[in-house]
Design a binder for this molecule. Structure first.
Ligand code: NAG
Ligand code: NAG
Ligand code: NAG
Ligand code: NAG
Ligand code: NAG
Ligand code: NAG
Ligand code: NAG
Ligand code: NAG
Length: 816
C-alpha cells in the first residue's frame, strides 16, 4: 500500500515537473508546447509561450523577458494571425520547421525554411539573446542555424540582432498596430540600400527620420555614443550583407529598442539590468525638431538654439521663397543665389562647415579609398557636384562621398558632427571670409593685415597685455577646455554683463534665490538674456565652478533652459541663460485671466514636458542631477508654452551609483518638499519626483498646494486630491475652465500618476522613466496609497522646516 502511494507520489512529482518546467530548454522533433506552457532560455532571461496582448483575447506565440513586469514582449510569431482560444500548440515538425497549430491541427503559422541545408537532427531552442533558433542538435554555429527569429524582427531591436539586408532577407523593424494588436503597424525602421546605405524611420512610406549612414564610429544622425559604453554599434557593409547591429558588453544590461505604435515612430530606447529589474528610459521618441526628416528643405541646415529650431541656408544659397526668410520652418529650402559658373576652378571653391549631420546619401557617390584632396579634385571636375566629405572619420578621415543633387536633411550638432565642404562661387567665398566662416581665407587675411597693424600697435598691445594678462590667460585656458570638450559656450567679459544689466540695477532684477540674484540683461545687439550672479558665499573653488559649468553646458534638452555662457572674473561667478519672455508656469495656472490661455491639451503637454526634462536630469548617464527645488515658478514657458525647467545647474549632482545623499542645509520651497527632505535633509531623485507630483496636481487643479485648504476636512491639495480619488470623483479636481476639450481617461491617468509621485515613502514613488511611460499609457499604473504631507502641517511642525531665505528661493527669471 505504502509502495503504491510512493509510486503515485513520484508520478505526481514527475508530471508536475513536466508541466511546470515544460520539458527542457529545447524542443525536439514532434515535441510541442501547449498554451500555458513555456520554453525558457538557459540562463532564464527569456521565455517563449502564448500570451494575449493588452485587452485582446487572441492568443499569440511570443518571446518575452522572463522576470520583467509588466510583460515585455520582444517578438511575436503569428502577429497577423491570432489563435481564437487556448487550444494552440507550437511544434517542431519532422522537417525542422516550427509550426503553430490550432485546435483542429491546422497550421496557422510556420517558420520559413530558408536554410539550403536539409535540417538534420533539428531542435528548436530559445537563446538568452531572445532568439528562437532551429539548429542541428550538435551544431551551435550561428551561420549554420536552419532558422532564427532574429531574421524576422518585429518591433524590438535586441542586442545581436541585425537590421539590414542579406541575400533573400530584408530585416526591418515594424511597430505593432496598437497595444492590443501585434500585427504590422504603420511605423518601420530599415536600411535603405540606395547610394551609400542609410538607416531610416518611416511612417507608412514617408520617411520620419534618418539615422543615416555609418561614419566608422556611429550613424551620422546619432554621432554621440553613450558615455558609459552601455552599447556599441557596428555596421557591416559588403557585397553579401549590409546591416546595423549593436551589442551590450555588460551581459547584465539589456537595452531594448522598440518602435511603439503610439508617438511619432522615432522609437524608444529602454534599458534594464538584471540586478535592478527595473526598466529605465534612455530615449523616448524624437529628441528635438531637427530630427524630423528634411524639416528645413533642400540646401538648408537645421539648428536647435535652445528650444527653438531655425533653418539656415548654406552660404551662397537663399530661401527659395524670400517671404519665408523670417520663418523658422523653411520647408521649401534654399536655392543658389547666383547661377554657378563652372567653367574654371577659379570661379568657385569650397567652404568647410563643421559639426554637421551629413546630408542624405541615397544618391551620392562613394569611393572608400580616396583621401580628402583626391575627393575635392573629383568634385571639382564635375559641375553638378555640390559637396564632398570624408566617408569615414576614423584616423583623421578617409574615403570620399560626393553629392550631386540637392542637399537634404542636414543639421548642426553641438557635439560630434562632421566636416563637409560645400561648393560655392568664388564671389561668395570672399563675402564669407569676412563673415567668419571661411577659416583659411580669414587666416591669410589676418596674417597680412596683422603684420602691418602689429608694428603700429605693438606698444599699446604690450600695455594692454600687461594689464589684462591674468584675465586673458585664464580665459584662454577655459576656452581651450571648452573647445576640447566640444562645447559651444561663450565666456563673457564682466564689463559687458555689467553694462547689459545697467550695473545690476534693481529694476532689472528678475528674482532672488539661494544661490544669488537673477537679472535681465540686454546686449548692444538687442539680444536678451538672464544672468545669475552667484553669491560670493557659495564657497565653491574656481576649478569646481569651471567643471560645473562644463557639465551644465552639456545638459541640453528641449525641456531645460539653455545655458549660453558664463563669466568668471575675480570673485565674480555668473551663469548666463536664455531669456524666456513668457515667464514661469505659476504666472499662468494661478493667474486669474492667464489661466484661460492654457487649456487641457496644453497642460498635458506641459506635464509631459516637465517629466521628460526631469527624466533627462535624473538619468543622463554621465550626470545624475537632483534638482531639489522644483516648483511652478522654476518651470519657465517658451513662446509655444512648452515648459523648460530652470535652475537645475547648481542642484546637487549624484555621481555614478550614488542614489541619495544628505544635506545639512535644507533649501527648497515649502509645499513642494517631500517629508524625508523637510524633516531630515535626506534627498534623492525621489524627492524631485515628489515635487513633480505636487506640480502635476497644481497644474490639474489650478490651485497652489500651499494655499489650498479643503474647508470641510482641513486637508491640503494633496489630501483633497486623495479624498476625491478614494471617493472616485477624481475628475472634480480638475479646474473649471478645463472641462472642455479633454479626455477623461487622460486626466484620471495624470491624477493617478500625481498621487503616486507624492507617496509618503520614497520607495513607493515611481522613478521618472516610469512616470514618462505611465503618462504615455505604456505602463500599468499601480494604485496609490495615502500621500505624504496630506494634511497641512500635520506630519512635520513648521519649525522643523527651513525653507530657503524666502519664498522665491532659487527663482530664475521671475519678475515680481
Ligand atoms: C477552442 O475552440 C474549438 C472550436 O471553436 C473547440 O473545439 C475547443 O474545445 C476550444 N478549446 C479550448 C481550450 O477552449
Ligand atoms: C484552425 O485553422 C483553420 C485554418 O485557418 C480554420 O479553418 C479552423 O477553423 C481553425 N480551427 C479552430 C478550432 O480555430
Ligand atoms: C492533433 O495532433 C495531435 C498530436 O499530433 C493528436 O494527438 C491529436 O489527435 C490531433 N487532433 C486532431 C483534432 O486532429
Ligand atoms: C516566411 O514566412 C512568412 C510567413 O510566415 C512569409 O510571409 C514570408 O514571405 C516567408 N519568407 C520567405 C523568404 O520565405
Ligand atoms: C526545406 O528545405 C529543404 C532543402 O531545400 C527541403 O528539402 C524541404 O522540403 C524544405 N521544407 C519545406 C517545409 O519547405
Ligand atoms: C525679417 O525680420 C527683419 C528683422 O526682424 C525685418 O527687418 C524684415 O523686414 C523681416 N522680413 C520680412 C520679409 O518679414
Ligand atoms: C577609388 O579611388 C582610387 C584612387 O583614386 C582608385 O584607384 C579606385 O579605382 C577608385 N575606386 C572606385 C571603385 O572608383
Ligand atoms: C557628373 O556626375 C553625374 C552624376 O554622377 C553624372 O551623371 C555626369 O555624367 C557627370 N558629368 C561629368 C561631366 O562627368
Amino acid at each position: 500500500m505504502v509502495h503504491i502511494f510512493r509510486m503515485l507520489f513520484i508520478w505526481f512529482l514527475l508530471l508536475s515537473y513536466l508541466r511546470n518546467s515544460t520539458s527542457s530548454d529545447n524542443l525536439a522533433v514532434s515535441q510541442y508546447i501547449r498554451d500555458g506552457e513555456t520554453l525558457v532560455s538557459e540562463e532564464g532571461t527569456f521565455e517563449v509561450g502564448f500570451f494575449s496582448p493588452g485587452a485582446s483575447t487572441g492568443r499569440y506565440l511570443g518571446i518575452w523577458y522572463r522576470n520583467l513586469s509588466p510583460l515585455t514582449v520582444v517578438w511575436v510569431a503569428n502577429r497577423e494571425n491570432a489563435l481564437q482560444n487556448k487550444s494552440g500548440v507550437l511544434k517542431l515538425d519532422e522537417k525542422g520547421v516550427l509550426v503553430i497549430l490550432n485546435g483542429t491541427n491546422n497550421t496557422i503559422w510556420w517558420s520559413n525554411n530558408t536554410s539550403s541545408k536539409a535540417a538534420k537532427n533539428p531542435i528548436a531552442q530559445i537563446l538568452d539573446s531572445g532568439n528562437i533558433v532551429v539548429r542541428n542538435e550538435r551544431d551551435i554555429n550561428e551561420d549554420n542555424f536552419f532558422w532564427q527569429s532574429f531574421d524576422y524582427p518585429c518591433d524590438t531591436f535586441l542586442p545581436g540582432m541585425k537590421i539590414g539586408w542579406k541575400t533573400g532577407l530584408d530585416r526591418t523593424l515594424s511597430s505593432w498596430k496598437n497595444e492590443d494588436d501585434p500585427a504590422k503597424g504603420e511605423y518601420s525602421m530599415k536600411l535603405d540600400l540606395r547610394g551609400y546605405p542609410q538607416f531610416f524611420g518611416y511612417k507608412g512610406d514617408v520617411i520620419t527620420f534618418r539615422g543615416g549612414s555609418w561614419n566608422g564610429q556611429a550613424l551620422v544622425g546619432y554621432p554621440i555614443r553613450p558615455p558609459t559604453q552601455q552599447y556599441v554599434y557596428d555596421f557591416v557593409f559588403n557585397e553579401k550583407e549590409v546591416y546595423v547591429e549593436y551589442k551590450t558588453p555588460d551581459r547584465s544590461i539589456f537595452i531594448i529598442i522598440t518602435l511603439t505604435p503610439s508617438g511619432s515612430g522615432f522609437g524608444n530606447v529602454l534599458l534594464w539590468t538584471k540586478q535592478t529589474r527595473n526598466i529605465e528610459v534612455l530615449r523616448l521618441g524624437e529628441s528635438d525638431q531637427c530630427e524630423n526628416y528634411a524639416i528645413c528643405g533642400a540646401n538648408s541646415i537645421c539648428n536647435m538654439d535652445g528650444n527653438s529650431q531655425t533653418c539656415d541656408c548654406i552660404k551662397g544659397y537663399v530661401p527659395k521663397f524670400p517671404e519665408q526668410r523670417n520663418v523658422s520652418y523653411l520647408h521649401n529650402g534654399c536655392v543658389p543665389r547666383n547661377k554657378f559658373d563652372c567653367k574654371s576652378s577659379n570661379t568657385n571653391g569650397f567652404l568647410r562647415y563643421t559639426d554637421l549631420k551629413l546630408p542624405d546619401t541615397s544618391s551620392s557617390w562613394l569611393n572608400k579609398t580616396m583621401n580628402l584632396d583626391e575627393c575635392q579634385k573629383s568634385c571639382l571636375k564635375n559641375c553638378s557636384c555640390k559637396a564632398y566629405a570624408n566617408a569615414d572619420i576614423r584616423n583623421g578621415g578617409s574615403g570620399c562621398l560626393l553629392w550631386f543633387d540637392d542637399l537634404i536633411d542636414m543639421r548642426k550638432f553641438s557635439l560630434g558632427g562632421q566636416d563637409i565642404y560645400f561648393r560655392v562661387p568664388a564671389s561668395e567665398l570672399d563675402h564669407v571670409a569676412f563673415n567668419g566662416h571661411g577659416k583659411n581665407m580669414k587666416k591669410m587675411l589676418g596674417i597680412t593685415v596683422g603684420t602691418i597693424i602689429l608694428g603700429l600697435t605693438a606698444c599699446a598691445c604690450i600695455i594692454m597685455i600687461l594689464k589684462m594678462q591674468g584675465r586673458i590667460i585664464y580665459r584662454k585656458h577655459f576656452k581651450h577646455k571648452l573647445r576640447k570638450e566640444g562645447i559651444d559656450l561663450s565666456t563673457f567679459d564682466f564689463l559687458i554683463i555689467a553694462r547689459a544689466t545697467e550695473n545690476f540695477a534693481e529694476s532689472n532684477k528678475l528674482g532672488e534665490g539661494g544661490f544669488g540674484p537673477v537679472y535681465k540683461g540686454r546686449l548692444k545687439n538687442g539680444q536678451e538674456f538672464a544672468v545669475k550672479r552667484l553669491s560670493k558665499k557659495s564657497g565653491q573653488g574656481l576649478e569646481e565652478f569651471k567643471n560645473e559649468v562644463v557639465l551644465i553646458a552639456k545638459l541640453q534638452h528641449r525641456n531645460l533652459v539653455k545655458l549660453i555662457g558664463c563669466c568668471i572674473e575675480g570673485n565674480e561667478r555668473m551663469l548666463i541663460y536664455e531669456y524666456m519672455p513668457n515667464k514661469s508656469l505659476d504666472n499662468f495656472i494661478f493667474h486669474e485671466t492667464q489661466r484661460n490661455l492654457v487649456d487641457w491639451p496644453k497642460r498635458f503637454n506641459i506635464i509631459c514636458g516637465i517629466a521628460r526634462g526631469l527624466l533627462y536630469l535624473h538619468q543622463d548617464s554621465r550626470l545624475r542631477i537632483v534638482h531639489r527645488d522644483l516648483k511652478t515658478s522654476n518651470i519657465l514657458l517658451d513662446a509655444n508654452l512648452d515648459p523648460k525647467i530652470s535652475d537645475f545647474g547648481l542642484a546637487r549632482t549624484l555621481w555614478g551609483d550614488q542614489v541619495e545623499a544628505n544635506t545639512n542645509r535644507v533649501a527648497g520651497t515649502y509645499g513642494y518638499m517631500p517629508p524625508e527632505y523637510a524633516a531630515r535633509g535626506h534627498f534623492s531623485m525621489k524627492s524631485d519626483v515628489f515635487s513633480y507630483g505636487v506640480i502635476l496636481l497644481e497644474i490639474v487643479s489650478g490651485q497652489r498646494n500651499r494655499e489650498f485648504s479643503d474647508p470641510k476636512h482641513n486637508l491640503n491639495l494633496l489630501g483633497y486630491a486623495w479624498r476625491l480619488w478614494t471617493e472616485e470623483r477624481a475628475l472634480e479636481l480638475l479646474e473649471g475652465v478645463l472641462r472642455e476639450r479633454l479626455t477623461p481617461s487622460e486626466v484620471i491617468r495624470c491624477i493617478q500618476v500625481g498621487l503616486l509621485c507624492v507617496q509618503q515613502r520614497p520607495e513607493d514613488r515611481p522613478d521618472m522613466s516610469s512616470v514618462v511611460l505611465m503618462l504615455n499609457g505604456e505602463k500599468l499604473l499601480p494604485n496609490p496609497n495615502v500621500p505624504g504631507f496630506y494634511t497641512e502641517r500635520a506630519v512635520t511642525p513648521e519649525s522643523d522646516i527651513k525653507p530657503s531665505s524666502n519664498q522665491l528661493s532659487i527663482t530664475l527669471l521671475e519678475a515680481r
